[in-house]
Design a protein around this ligand. Structure first.
Ligand SMILES: Nc1ncnc2c1ncn2[C@@H]1O[C@H](COP(=O)(O)OP(=O)(O)OP(=O)(O)O)[C@@H](O)[C@H]1O
Ligand SMILES: [Mg+2]
Length: 312
């Protein structure tokens, strides 16, 4: 029987078409076909799933997709990435995980929200919270400069560079109902970004100060030893999180790699951003991964990790 790979995407426009074509080309001999998912009101009971593999690039922004993916995962679809864990994952947790795995992370504090939904009354509902916050104590731990950023988030939205206590208060006051972390800002000498796919790693030097499409540096690769260390740590973190696919960022200070952000389960696969060689690597590894799952040769790392799996 044919095995079908479905792709869920947002605005990205360079990855979908070449990916689907390559899966169809390389998959033909294995009975594997690929297409864009098409979903409407979806019945819970569908019989055999239409998609044996689903590559999810956007369910963090479209809750309906997430709901569908959880049911599909329960019925055997290999969803890339695990929709349950993706939903639970947060940067503060990831700092603790990294530290426990021996990967350095910036000193980090999680902050109570600035605001709450309307029917929360502070005096009655928030009795466990200290008020006002001990900003002095918080800053004495993280130091300055620091970074204030969402505990879950992406696309550099609501990321504030903080140089003074006044800037911290004024940025925090603008964060509304978002849960934020305050982090020591690593004053780095080098910065790396690793794309991890199915346990394989492509390491880039990355320059966050450049314009968006020029940040992946392809003409000046990092030293071999540093690159190897980054690949090893990126693999360790991604493996522990149970993601098939992730991007792991490191700031390098005095030879130490500090994990800055590895909550990127829908990595940047844009051809113009990761450049031709990176793009071809991504296409090839993604194709290999989905064909492995579609044919049953490989199993998603998270399959069986959830308790309900044992009962079905
Ligand atoms: N602790 C830190 N020290 C130094 N730089 C930092 C730190 N935290 C964040 N940055 C800078 O801010 C950028 C954005 O932070 P982060 O990656 O956490 O946000 P994001 O919204 O998840 O971004 P993306 O969508 O690129 O993954 C990083 O690429 C890095 O340049
Ligand atoms: Mg991110």
């Amino acid at each position: 029987m044919e095995a079908r790979v479905g792709l869920l995407v947002g605005v990205e426009n360079t990855f979908p078409e070449p990916f689907i074509s390559l899966v169809n080309r390389r998959g033909r001999a294995h009975g594997v076909v690929a297409e864009m998912c098409r979903l409407g009101g979806t019945r819970e009971l569908e019989g055999r799933q239409r998609y044996q593999v689903i590559v999810d690039r956007i369910s963090h922004e479209v809750p309906f997709y997430r709901a569908y993916l959880k049911s599909a995962a329960l019925q055997g679809s290999a969803v890339i990435n695990d929709p349950f864990w993706w939903e639970a994952d947060e940067k503060f947790f990831e700092c603790t995980l990294a530290r426990r795995l021996g990967v350095a992370v910036p000193r980090t504090v999680i902050l109570p929200n600035k605001e709450y939904i309307p029917y929360i009354e502070p005096e009655r509902s928030l009795r466990n919270l200290e008020y006002p916050l001990d900003w002095e104590g918080i800053l004495s731990y993280t130091g300055l400069p620091a970074v204030l950023k969402p505990n879950t988030g992406g696309g550099w939205r609501d990321v504030y560079m903080i140089d003074t206590p006044e800037e911290l208060i004024s940025a925090y006051d603008r964060t509304g109902t978002k849960t934020m972390i305050l982090q020591e800002r690593i004053q780095w000498q080098d910065y790396l970004r690793c794309i991890v796919i199915g346990g394989e790693v492509l390491v880039f030097r990355y320059d966050p100060h450049r314009p968006f499409l020029e940040r992946y540096v392809t003409d000046d690769p990092p030293p071999h030893a540093l690159s190897e260390l980054a690949a090893e740590q990126a693999r360790t973190l991604t493996d522990a999180l149970g993601y098939d696919v992730d991007t792991v960022e490191f700031a390098v200070r005095d030879g130490v790699l500090y994990a800055i952000d590895f909550l990127n389960p829908a990595p940047d696969f844009d051809r113009f951003s990761i450049k031709e060689a990176g793009f071809n690597w991504v296409l090839s590894k993604m194709t290999q991964l989905v064909i492995g799952y579609a044919t049953g040769e490989l199993d998603p790392p998270w399959r069986g990790a959830h308790r309900w799996w044992r009962f079905v």
